[in-house]
Design a protein around this ligand. Structure first.
Ligand SMILES: Cc1ncc(COP(=O)(O)O)c(C=O)c1O
Length: 545
C-alpha cells in the first residue's frame, strides 16, 4: 500500500540512547544536535573524495519539468566511474585510516555498488581489499569487482552469511571493515554530494532535495550539509514501499528491523537503517515518501526519455519521489539524486512492462461484454481511438465474455470519464491496475481449453503496430464471425501479433479465408498446431480441415 508523505517532527531527545553498531565512534555523542551537525559539516568540508570521484553534473530535466509543471534538476551520480556514488564514502573512509592500519588491508561484505566503490578506492590508495559475497552472486558482479583489483571471497548462500564471514576475516587478519553506510567517514564522503548541489545551484531557489534511502548514509551526509547551510531546503527521503526502513524507524522513534524487504531496488534493500544515519536523519529529514515498484519503473523510463541514461531502480527512486511530491504539493524547484546506474539487464523486461502502469497511463481492465458477434466492436467503439496495449479473451459461457484489456488513457480524468461511460452503458468494469496477482499472472493465463465449443478455427496475424491498429483489426474480423479467443499484447515490437479464434461453420470456411485475405495482413492458420490442441483447444482439433 502506498502511504502519504510522512512529515517528520524534529526530535532532539534520546541522542545518547541510540543503539549503535558503527565501527567508528559517532560524532559528538552527548552534545547538542546543532553542535554535532556542525562537526559533520566540517568533516564533509575536508572529505577526500576527488581522487576517485568526479563532481557530477547537476542537470536541468526540461522534459520532466514541463510535464510536472515544476523545475527539476538531476544530480547525476551515475556519472561516477563505477556508476554510483558509493566510491565517495568508501574512499573517504580509507583515506582517513592511519597509514599502518590501511596497509594491512580492508574488507567489506557487499554484492552491489559498495563492493565496486571499495575495490576502486582501495586500488587508488594501493590498499589490498577483500570483498565477501554470497556464492549466489551473479558472475557479472564478481567479475566487475575482480577487474577493479578486489579479492573476491565467495562464502555462504546469503548476504548475511557472507557478512558474518567478512567480520571473522577482519578479526583474524586484522583487516579494517569498510561499512556501507553506518560510519561517520562514509557519511561525510556521501555528504560531498550535498556540498556539490549547493555549490552548483548557487543563489538560485531550491525547495527540496530528494534522496534515495537504503541504510541511510547518503541522506545523512547530504542532509547534514544542506541543513547546516540552507536549513530552509527540505530533505525528502524516498524509499520503496516494501523496503521503508527509515520511514518506519522515524514513525516508531527507534530503529526497527523489517521482517522482509523488497529486492526490486536492490541498492536500497536494507532491513534496518544504520544507527548513525538514523541519529542524523531524525534531525535533518523533513518528510518520507514511499513509492511502488511500478512508480520506480515509470521513473526509470522518465530519466531515459530525459537524457537517454538508464538508472537502476534505486537510482530512479528520487525521481519517483519528486513526481509524487509534486502531485500533492505542486510546483517548486527540486533536485533528485540519481544515485546509480548498475542496472541488471534482466530487469528491463519488468521495467518496460510496468512503466506505463506506474504513472497511471496504462489501465488494466476486466470488462464483461455480451457473448455474440459484434459485441467486441461495440465495446471498442466505447473506448474510442485510445491505444489498446493488451487484449486477452477466451470463450467461457454462451451469455457473457470477460475481457482482460490494457488501455492507454491520457490522464486520470480521461480514464475516469471513459470508465464512467462504459459503466453507464451497462458494461461491468473492474480496474485491475493495482492488482499484483492480475498483473503478474492472470494477464498471461487468460485462455485455456474450451471443450465442446463448435467450429473454432485458430489464426495468427501480424499487423504494423500503430495507434488504433488493434481496434481496426478487431473491427475487421469481429463482426461476421464470433471471436472465441483473442490474445494481443503490445510488446513494443514493430509488428502487432494476434492469436485469434473464430467460430466458422464448415460451410463458411472458404468465405472466411477470402475475408482474411482481403484484410491484407500476413496470417497463418494454426488450427492444427499441437500446442493449440494441448493447451487451448476444443477437443475437435483432429477433425479434417
Ligand atoms: C544506487 C544506490 N542508491 C541509493 C543507495 C542508498 O544509500 P544508503 O545505503 O547510504 O542509504 C545505494 C546504496 O548502496 C545505492 O547503491
Amino acid at each position: 500500500m502506498i502511504r502519504d508523505p510522512l512529515p517528520i517532527p524534529r526530535r532532539d531527545r534520546h541522542l545518547g540512547l541510540v543503539n549503535r553498531s558503527s565501527s567508528a565512534p559517532a560524532l559528538g555523542h552527548g552534545s547538542s544536535p546543532s553542535r554535532w551537525l556542525e562537526t559533520y559539516r566540517e568533516r564533509i568540508a575536508r572529505a577526500r573524495v576527488y581522487d576517485v570521484a568526479v563532481v557530477s553534473a547537476l542537470e536541468e530535466a526540461p522534459k520532466l519539468s514541463a510535464r510536472l509543471g515544476a523545475r527539476l534538476l538531476l544530480k547525476r551520480e551515475d556519472q561516477q566511474s563505477v556508476y554510483s556514488f558509493k566510491l565517495r564514502g568508501a574512499y573517504n573512509k580509507m583515506a582517513n585510516l592511519p597509514q599502518a592500519v590501511r596497509a594491512r588491508g580492508v574488507i567489506c561484505a557487499s554484492a552491489g555498488n559498495h563492493a565496486q566503490g571499495v575495490a576502486l578506492a582501495a586500488r587508488r590508495l594501493g590498499v589490498p581489499a577483500w570483498i565477501a559475497m554470497p556464492r549466489t552472486t551473479p558472475g557479472i558482479k564478481v567479475e566487475s569487482v575482480k577487474l577493479l583489483g578486489g579479492h573476491v571471497v565467495l562464502h555462504g548462500d546469503s548476504f548475511d552469511e557472507a557478512a558474518v564471514h567478512a567480520e571473522a576475516l577482519a578479526a583474524s587478519r586484522k583487516l579494517t571493515m569498510i561499512p556501507p553506510y553506518d560510519d561517520p567517514e562514509v557519511i561525510a564522503g556521501q555528504g560531498t554530494i550535498g556540498k556539490e548541489i549547493l555549490e552548483q545551484i548557487g543563489a538560485e531557489r531550491l525547495d527540496a532535495v530528494f534522496v534515495p534511502v537504503g541504510g541511510g548514509g547518503l541522506i545523512a551526509g547530504v542532509g547534514a550539509w544542506i541543513k547546516a547551510l540552507r536549513p530552509e531546503v527540505k530533505i525528502v527521503a524516498v524509499e520503496p514501499d516494501d523496503a521503508d526502513c527509515l520511514a518506519q524507524a522515524l514513525e516508531a522513534g527507534r530503529r526497527v528491523k523489517l521482517a522482509q524487504v523488497g529486492l526490486f531496488a536492490d541498492g536500497v534493500a536494507v532491513r534496518q537503517v544504520g544507527a548513525e544515519p538514523f541519529r542524523i536523519a531524525r534531525q535533518v529529514v523533513d518528510a518520507c515518501l514511499r513509492v511502488s515498484v511500478d512508480e520506480i519503473c515509470a521513473a526509470i523510463r522518465d530519466v531515459f526519455y530525459e537524457n537517454r541514461s538508464l538508472p537502476e531502480p534505486a537510482g530512479a527512486l528520487a525521481v519517483a519521489g519528486v513526481k509524487r511530491w509534486v502531485a500533492r504539493h505542486g510546483a517548486g524547484s527540486y533536485v533528485a539524486i540519481v544515485s546509480g546506474a548498475n542496472l541488471n539487464f534482466d530487469r528491463l523486461r519488468h521495467i518496460a512492462e510496468r512503466a506505463e502502469l506506474g504513472d497511471g497511463r496504462e489501465t488494466l481492465l476486466a470488462v464483461t461484454i455480451p457473448e455474440r458477434p459484434g459485441s467486441f466492436k461495440r465495446f471498442l467503439k466505447e473506448l474510442g481511438r485510445r491505444s489498446i496495449t493488451e487484449f486477452n479473451y477466451r470463450y467461457s459461457s454462451p451469455a457473457a465474455a470477460h475481457v482482460f484489456a490494457g488501455v492507454h488513457f491520457h490522464d486520470a480524468a480521461d480514464r475516469d470519464a471513459a470508465l464512467g461511460r462504459l459503466r453507464a452503458d451497462g458494461y461491468p468494469v473492474l480496474d485491475l491496475s493495482g492488482d499484483e496477482m492480475a498483473k503478474l499472472h492472470v494477464r498471461y493465463m487468460v485462455g485455456g481449453r474450451c471443450p465442446g465449443l463448435a467450429d473454432e478455427r485458430l489464426f495468427r496475424f501480424e499487423f504494423p503496430e500503430r495507434p488504433g491498429a488493434c481496434l481496426d483489426f478487431l473491427n475487421a474480423v469481429g463482426s461476421r464471425w464470433n471471436i472465441s479467443l483473442f490474445h494481443y499484447r503490445n510488446h513494443g515490437a514493430a509488428y502487432g501479433r494476434v492469436l485469434c479464434g473464430l467460430q466458422v461453420p464448415r460451410a463458411e470456411r472458404g468465405e472466411c479465408r477470402r475475408a482474411l485475405e482481403a484484410l491484407g495482413y500476413p496470417y497463418w492458420e494454426e488450427s492444427d498446431n499441437p500446442a493449440y490442441a494441448l493447451f487451448l483447444g476444443t477437443g475437435q482439433e483432429s477433425e479434417a480441415p
